[in-house]
Design a protein around this ligand. Structure first.
Ligand code: MN3
Length: 258
């Protein structure tokens, strides 16, 4: 893996795939990948250096960044053991899977791989690549000091899109609770209508509206809540509302809509 990473980093096909994954220019060169370009802006819209927790790609490979807070920081809403397993095992699995899929697709591109498996490996990239980017978003969407309501431009956008915050909250929670099997509840920016939308994702990527930029996401796979909440997904969704980092969501909104 190590000896070929330089080739992957400079491979034109890989660049194209990274673009399609929405990873942008920062992923291609020496600049670190930021979970969303949105997060790379400070409160006043100026560029800022990415936090370590936002860097999900380095030296030609997807990587698992550390969290911005300790595993026990979101107690009692999200328990320490869930956080530890979810970050260090589950998220790492998506990082590994995405790197493997890219490697296999690079082999096919160069004529060395089995082109008959292209359907398999693109599906693997969609699943693991989306798993990686969604978890990067999820971790940075949360903070021990979270909850409440957004302010500023994001608050205006929520009101314009949903009428008022309570309506957004009702819709977001309903969508998150109702995801069939494993997936995500998502607040995203839809660039054609230029409004906010609430979506579900099944797995990490099914039900996507292409072009929508996810701003806020709650993981409703059982691995995200089962140790503490068992089958009570609704209680977990309610708890999540109290750890949302609205400053992070607002930065992403500004970059996506700007
Ligand atoms: Mn997860």
């Amino acid at each position: 893996m190590k000896d070929t990473s330089d080739r992957f980093a400079t491979n034109p096909l890989r660049r194209d795939l990274l673009k399609k994954l929405g990873l942008g220019a920062a992923a291609m060169g020496t600049a670190p990948f930021i979970a969303s370009t949105a997060a790379a802006q400070s409160e006043d819209g100026e560029e800022r250096a990415p936090r370590e927790s936002e860097i999900g790609f380095r030296d030609g490979e997807f990587v698992l960044p550390p969290l911005d807070y300790d595993y026990d920081a979101l107690e009692p809403r999200i328990d320490v053991e869930t956080m530890r397993l979810h970050h260090s095992v589950h998220h790492q699995g998506y990082v590994n899977g995405a790197n493997n899929a890219l490697r296999k697709l690079d082999e096919i591109a160069s004529g060395e791989g089995d082109a008959g498996l292209v359907k398999h490996w693109t599906r693997e990239l969609a699943f693991h690549g989306s798993g990686h980017t969604m978890h990067l978003l999820f971790w940075n969407n949360m903070t021990p000091d979270g909850g409440g309501e957004p302010s500023g431009d994001l608050a205006d956008a929520v009101n314009e899109s949903f009428g008022e915050f309570a309506n957004f909250s009702r819709l977001f929670k309903a969508a998150s609770v109702a995801v069939e099997a494993s997936g995500w509840g998502i607040l995203g920016y839809e660039p054609v209508s230029r409004r906010l939308v609430v979506l579900q994702a099944e797995k990490h990527h099914d039900l996507t509206v292409h072009g929508v930029v996810p701003l806020l996401a709650i993981d409703v796979w059982e691995h995200a809540y089962y140790l503490r909440y068992q089958n009570r997904r609704g209680d977990y969704v309610d708890a999540f509302m109290n750890v949302i980092n609205w400053d992070d969501v607002a930065r992403r909104y500004r970059a996506a809509s700007g």
